[in-house]
Design a protein around this ligand. Structure first.
Ligand SMILES: C[S@@+](CC[C@H](N)C(=O)[O-])C[C@H]1O[C@@H](n2cnc3c(N)ncnc32)[C@H](O)[C@@H]1O
Length: 337
């Protein structure tokens, strides 16, 4: 499977690493930047991703409905693993959809201790007496324990999807379900239709007005005034990422925001995104039950002006697959090979 190995993706980082005085290997660099970025983002994660909290319940509901309609939803108490569970937002959204279904186990896996710390404080998650595991999928003990695995907004951070898929298979018995969503939709990222829709949104007067009013946001104006008076301005979390990268010796020269994202959001920046065809290769023991797409104008539903939201909902209803984001549900059909 060319294109999914760790070397293929990470070689792209070598020129950047050279220019920033990085002495780590590409894999170590990606993992260190990914960890530091999420550690610094954790405190602000829920605020920065409020659009996901408002828009994703619909996608969770659709995937679960599709599984039920295909008679593929597990019919025993759920043993759930949330990979890259973050502050618990994705698990909470999933659990909200499963009100009538008994949850026997909830494990949340994450590389970032700060994310885990915040997740452990989340009331809705605590009520399930969850277990928190710090690390990657490779750190989990291999046993077919989870009949529902969730991975929301995480696959684009994973350098080696082949390794990921082979480990995932070992964690689920036949009948288990793997849900992933909020993935950059590889099948559509380069599509001219998506580009046209995004341009139409950008040009809409409501959106131009919104970007003007965000420039006039009171916090921004206050920061400008403080700068003019020579007073300290609160640091953005991206500044704290850079400080931590320099302090820990990961880089010798600061990175721009885009450079940092090119390391963390690997599959967004390589333009390849995530595709169900490719995932099928790394998940041979799984059957694709449902794939869905959304964010047909680039942004999530809750961020769109009313008339674009109407278009978004119509495209979701028509089950169109050329939105910016991909969601899918897979069923484990046979035992590990
Ligand atoms: C964009 S956040 C998504 C959080 C949560 N799933 C949600 O949807 O709100 C990505 C999370 O994945 C974690 N993460 C990144 N790479 C990971 C990996 N290889 N294994 C486990 N967690 C990872 C990050 O620390 C972060 O908490």
């Amino acid at each position: 499977m060319r294109g999914f190995g760790i070397a293929h993706d990470l070689d792209r980082l070598l020129p950047l690493m050279q220019s920033k005085g990085v002495t780590l290997s590409a894999a170590q660099f990606q993992s260190a930047v990914n960890l530091i970025f999420h550690e610094c983002e954790a405190e602000r994660y829920d605020e920065l991703h409020a659009d996901m909290r408002r828009s994703l319940p619909q996608q969770f509901a659709l995937l679960i409905d599709d599984l039920i309609a295909a008679d593929s939803f597990p019919n025993e108490p759920l043993r759930i693993l949330d990979i890259g569970g973050g502050t618990g937002q994705s698990a909470e959204l999933l659990l909200d959809q499963l009100k009538m279904i008994r949850v026997a186990q909830l494990d949340l896996l994450d590389t970032s201790p700060k994310m885990i710390e915040l997740c452990a404080k989340r009331e809705s998650i605590r009520s399930y007496q969850p277990r928190f595991i710090r690390g990657t999928l490779a750190d989990l003990k291999e046993s077919s324990r989870y009949n529902l695995i969730l991975c929301c907004s995480v696959l684009h951070h994973i350098p080696d999807l082949e390794e990921f898929g082979s480990k995932l298979q070992k964690l689920q018995p036949p009948g288990g379900v793997f849900l992933h969503l909020q993935d950059p939709n590889g099948a559509a990222l380069a599509s001219s239709v998506l580009r046209r829709r995004m341009k139409a949104l950008e040009a809409a007067p409501e959106v131009r007005l919104r970007s003007l009013s965000s420039r006039l946001h009171p916090q921004r104006l206050a920061n400008r005034a403080r700068r003019m008076l020579g007073l300290p301005v609160p640091r953005s979390y991206m500044e704290t990422v850079n400080e931590a990268l320099l302090a820990s010796g990961v880089a010798a020269v600061p990175l721009t925001d885009d450079e940092i994202w090119s390391v963390t959001d690997l599959r967004v920046h390589d333009g390849k995104g995530v595709e169900t065809d490719s995932l099928q290769h790394v998940l041979p023991g799984y059957r694709l039950v449902s794939q869905r797409s959304y964010a047909f104008y680039g942004g999530l539903d809750s961020t769109l002006p009313a008339r674009f939201r109407k278009g978004e909902q119509e495209l979701i209803r028509r089950h169109s697959l050329d939105g910016m984001q991909l969601a899918a549900a897979w069923k484990r059909t046979r035992q590990s090979i």
